[in-house]
Ligand binder design. Structure first.
Ligand SMILES: Nc1nc2c(ncn2[C@@H]2O[C@H](COP(=O)(O)OP(=O)(O)OP(=O)(O)O)[C@@H](O)[C@H]2O)c(=O)[nH]1
Ligand SMILES: [Mg+2]
Length: 294
């Protein structure tokens, strides 16, 4: 996880270190090193906007400073860590956001095709099982999607509310919430994967979110989708409260996490870190920075 990004920060540190003599660092010293670092960030799927912000921060922290050779790494790390703290919002707590709601609490998962919605719905069901959960098969569109969720339901011993294929997903959402209400449970509703070019499916989703008014709607994105995740965040704007980034276990780059929260103004809530139900980590910005820097 994050191997490439980690190497880039290390290489940046050692480039600055070799540029340091006993004098102050000036712009000319750091400019080429920073440019190289920016390119590496871009290669790691960090958006241009965010890469430029990181570069600017590094420049401010390094130019004009009497940085002794031995302090270079600390200085680079500190600047990088501070910037990540500013860029990536982790202010989200699932239990709190569903606790404050009128009963029953409702959680939606929305996002692009194959991003990990159904798997993550099952992981969330496992996490919230102690409160009582019901899953809603709101993907009535993709072949075998209902059976896929039902299989998770069986594995987890959680009820799944499902209708026919091609039926109205808003009605599935409604029935799931009704079941949750009667039984004092949390409703977790899966939805069909949509590409933003598909107006019908996007409109249907907007209607579904409107009608069911979930307490928390998660945008689920695949870390491996690279910079496309930014377009996805734009396309789903207004329909989600927090982001879940999946497949972090197979992503060496990490750029999606660095750019998404900044772009969408929403917190990163969880990281998907594997295919088991337990592989859903609460996102913590400091821990994320540690992973890149340690
Ligand atoms: N390695 C890894 N695989 C994951 C993770 N999350 C999901 N997957 C896998 O990604 C694939 C797609 O996951 P789904 O949950 O079916 O994705 P989806 O968004 O529901 O897909 P559609 O319903 O077709 O839009 C499956 O093979 C999952 O096992 C993760 O965190 N790590
Ligand atoms: Mg699915």
């Amino acid at each position: 996880m994050l191997g490439n990004l980690k190497d880039s920060v290390k290489e940046f540190s050692s480039s600055v270190k070799s540029a340091v003599t006993e004098k102050q660092l000036d712009e000319e010293d750091v400019e080429p090193i920073l440019e190289d670092f920016r390119l590496k960030l871009l290669k790691n799927n960090v958006s241009l906007e965010v890469a430029q912000e990181i570069e600017e921060e590094m420049k401010q922290k390094l130019v004009g400073e009497e940085v002794g050779r031995n302090n270079v790494e600390d200085r680079v790390e500190e600047a990088f860590r501070n910037k990540i703290g500013e860029l990536v919002d982790d202010d989200f707590n699932l239990e709190k956001s569903i606790e404050g709601s009128d009963e029953p609490a409702t959680v939606f998962l929305i996002g692009f095709n194959g991003s990990g919605k159904t798997t993550t719905a099952a992981k969330l069901a496992d996490k919230l099982k102690h409160r009582g959960v019901v899953l809603g098969a709101g993907d009535t569109f993709r072949a075998a999607s209902i059976e896929q969720l039902q299989e998770h339901g069986e594995n987890l011993d959680v009820k799944v509310v499902a209708h026919e294929y091609e039926s109205d997903p808003a009605a599935v959402g409604y029935d799931t919430v009704e079941h949750a209400e009667k039984n004092g449970k949390v409703a977790i509703v899966d939805t069909a994967g949509r590409s933003h070019s598909d107006d019908n499916l996007m409109n249907e989703l907007e209607k579904m979110v409107d009608v069911n008014d979930p307490d928390v709607s998660f945008l689920v994105v695949d870390a491996l989708a690279g910079n496309d995740v930014l377009e996805q965040a734009d396309a789903y704007e207004g329909m989600f409260d927090a982001v879940i980034v999946t497949k972090m276990d197979v992503d060496e780059k990490g750029g999606a996490v660095l750019s998404l929260s900044h772009r969408s103004g929403k917190p990163i809530a969880f990281l998907g870190t594997g295919q088991d139900y337990a592989d859903l980590e609460e996102f913590d910005t400091e821990k994320f920075a540690d992973r890149i820097l340690d």
